[in-house]
Write a protein that binds this ligand. Structure first.
Ligand code: SF4
Length: 493
C-alpha cells in the first residue's frame, strides 16, 4: 500500500472545488449593485475572480472584472458608479479550465453585428478542445484560455440573423454541462444544458409590469436581493427575458434530467433550494441514512466543518448520541497564506481547523465529512483528533466513495489520485488512520433524496464521480462524441 505523500499542502489540493456562480438581472434600479450582492451570496462557488457587465440605454455596456473576492472587487463606490444601467450579468470564477488571469475572468463580452453580448458561464464543455481547433482553423482569434469563449465564437460565425437563433445554433454544437446567462440590448437570456447538470433558477423582484427578473445559480442569491423564487430553469430550456416579459423555448427535445447530485452533498449553500429540494434538509437526511447504514458505538458525533455539519446533525439525531462542535474552523485563512516550507505545510491543518479538546478528550468520536478525495485532509483531521485525546476515531462520509473524476465543471484530481479509485474501504481506513471508515451507499444517497434507491436506467441525477456513468460524452478525452450507452437506451435513441 502506498503511503500518502507527507509534503502535500493542506487541503489546497485535496477536495472538490466549487465551480462558478452566475447572476443576471433585467430591468431593476441599481442592477449592478444587485448583481454584486448576488455574486456575494454565490461566493462559495468561486473565489478566484468576479466580473459584472451592466447595460445602460441605449446600448452602452460597462464592465468591471477583477481577481479576488466580490467584496474586494466591487467594494469601491467609483467602480459601482461606473456600472450604470437597469440590466446586468455577473460571474464568480473558480478556474476549472484556463489559468487564473484577468483575461479569463467573465462575463466575456464581444461586439457582433447585432450589437454587444455579455456571456457568463458555469460548467465545463467536454468537446471544447475539438470545437476550438475547428474555430481556430476558420480564423477565430481566442482572447482567453477558457472554454466559455467557444460560445462567443460559435455565436459570431452562426449564419442565423437574430441573437437567440445564433445562441441555439451555438448550444447545439457544444457538449457538456453549462448554465449560462447572457445579456444583449434586447434581452437577458438564461440557458441550461439538455441534461440540466448545473443549476439555474429564476426569480422575480417586485410585482407587475415594473417588476424585474433575476437569474441565479442558486436561490440564496435570490434571497439576498429580496427576489421571490419563481422556478428552476428547466434542463434544456432557454428563457428570454425582455420588456415584453418572459419567453421559454426548448430547442433540444426531451431527455432525462441529470442534475449534479454533488450539489446536495457539498457545492450548494445549505440555505439554497435546488430542483425543489432544500439542501440543508437533504444533508441532514443523508446523515440519518448514514447512521442507519453504518453506526458504531461512540460517545459523540463531530462534523468536519462547514459542509459536514448538517449531515452530522442528522447522524447524531438518528443515532441518539450527542452532536458537538469538536472541530473549529478558522474562516479567515486566505488562499495564499500557506508558506512553502514542508514544516509550515505540516501545520496547515491547524491553520484551517483546530480541535476543540474538551469535546473530544477521552471520547469515542464519530467524525462526519462530506467526501474523501485524495485522503490527505482526512488523514490530518484524524491525526488532529487523536492528538486531542480521542479514544477512538470513526470516520463517516456523507457521499459514496469518489472513484471517478468530474468533467462537468467541478475541479477534481485525475482518477489515479483519487483514494477510492485505488483502495478498498478497509485500506482507506488504514491510510487515513481511522479505527473505522464508512461511506453512505449509492442507494442510501438516493433514499435521502426521496427515491427508493438508484434506478440505473434513469438515475435522475449525475452521479458519475461515484459510478463512472458519464451521461454526457467526453469527446475531448476519448476522441469520440458517442453518448453513454445507458442514456441512449433510456432515451430510445
Ligand atoms: Fe456532479 Fe460528480 Fe456529476 Fe461532476 S461527476 S457533475 S461532481 S455528480
Amino acid at each position: 500500500m502506498q503511503p500518502l505523500p507527507s509534503t502535500q499542502p493542506w487541503d489546497e489540493d485535496d477536495g472538490f472545488h466549487e465551480e462558478c456562480g452566475v447572476f443576471g438581472v433585467w430591468n431593476a434600479t441599481d442592477a449592478a449593485a444587485l448583481t454584486a450582492l448576488g455574486l456575494h451570496a454565490l461566493q462559495h462557488r468561486g473565489q478566484e475572480a468576479s466580473g459584472i457587465v451592466a447595460l445602460s440605454e441605449p446600448s452602452n455596456f460597462n464592465a468591471h472584472r477583477g481577481l479576488g473576492l466580490v467584496g474586494d472587487i466591487f467594494g469601491d463606490a467609483k467602480v459601482m458608479a461606473s456600472l450604470k444601467g437597469r440590466c446586468a450579468v455577473g460571474h464568480n470564477r473558480y478556474a476549472t479550465t484556463g489559468e487564473t488571469a484577468l483575461r479569463n475572468v467573465q462575463p466575456l463580452f464581444a461586439d457582433f453585428e447585432f450589437g454587444g453580448l455579455a456571456v457568463a458561464h458555469n460548467g465545463n464543455l467536454t468537446n471544447a478542445a475539438q470545437l476550438k481547433r475547428a474555430l481556430v482553423r476558420r480564423g477565430c482569434l481566442f482572447q482567453s484560455t477558457t472554454d466559455s469563449e467557444v460560445f462567443v465564437h460559435l455565436i459570431a460565425i452562426s449564419l442565423y440573423s437574430n441573437v437567440v437563433d445564433r445562441l441555439i445554433d451555438a448550444l447545439k454544437q457544444v457538449q457538456g454541462a453549462y448554465s449560462l446567462v447572457a445579456l444583449h440590448d434586447g434581452a437577458l437570456i438564461g440557458a441550461r444544458d439538455p441534461l440540466g447538470v448545473r443549476p439555474l433558477v429564476l426569480g422575480r423582484l417586485g410585482a407587475g409590469e415594473g417588476g424585474a427578473y433575476v437569474l441565479a445559480s442558486e436561490t440564496c442569491a435570490l434571497d439576498i436581493v429580496g427576489a421571490e423564487f419563481v422556478r428552476d430553469v428547466e434542463a434544456g430550456e432557454i428563457v428570454i427575458i425582455n420588456n415584453d416579459g418572459l419567453r421559454s423555448i426548448k430547442p433540444f427535445g426531451r431527455s432525462q434530467s441529470r442534475f449534479c447530485i454533488f450539489e446536495y452533498i457539498y457545492f450548494a449553500r445549505p440555505d439554497s433550494v435546488v430542483e425543489g429540494t432544500p439542501v440543508y434538509e437533504t444533508r441532514k437526511r443523508i446523515g440519518s441514512e448514514l447512521a442507519r447504514e453504518s453506526h458504531v458505538a461512540a460517545d459523540v458525533v463531530v462534523p468536519v466543518p462547514d459542509s459536514g455539519v448538517p449531515a452530522a446533525m442528522g447522524y447524531a439525531s438518528e443515532a441518539g448520541i450527542p452532536f458537538e462542535l469538536g472541530i473549529i474552523r478558522n474562516h479567515y485563512v486566505g488562499r495564499t497564506f500557506i508558506e512553502p516550507t514542508d514544516q509550515i505545510r505540516h501545520l496547515g491543518v491547524k491553520l484551517k481547523h483546530s480541535a476543540n479538546r474538551p469535546m473530544i478528550e477521552g471520547r469515542r468520536v464519530i467524525l462526519v465529512d462530506d467526501s474523501i478525495v485524495r485522503g490527505t485532509t482526512s488523514k490530518k483531521i484524524v491525526e488532529m483528533v487523536r492528538q486531542a485525546g480521542a479514544k477512538e476515531v470513526h470516520m463517516r462520509i456523507s457521499s459514496p466513495p469518489t472513484t471517478h473524476s468530474c468533467f462537468y465543471g467541478i475541479d477534481t484530481p485525475e482518477r489515479e489520485k483519487l483514494l477510492a479509485a485505488n483502495h478498498d474501504v478497509a485500506e482507506m481506513a488504514q491510510i487515513i488512520g481511522a479505527d473505522s471508515l464508512a461511506f453512505i451507499s449509492l442507494d442510501g444517497m438516493y433514499r435521502a433524496l426521496g427515491r427508493p434507491g438508484r434506478d440505473a436506467a434513469n438515475p435522475g441525477y449525475c452521479d458519475a464521480c461515484f459510478t463512472g456513468d458519464y451521461a454526457i460524452p467526453l469527446t475531448d478525452l476519448t476522441g469520440h462524441p458517442e453518448r453513454a450507452p445507458a442514456l441512449l437506451a433510456a432515451n430510445g435513441q
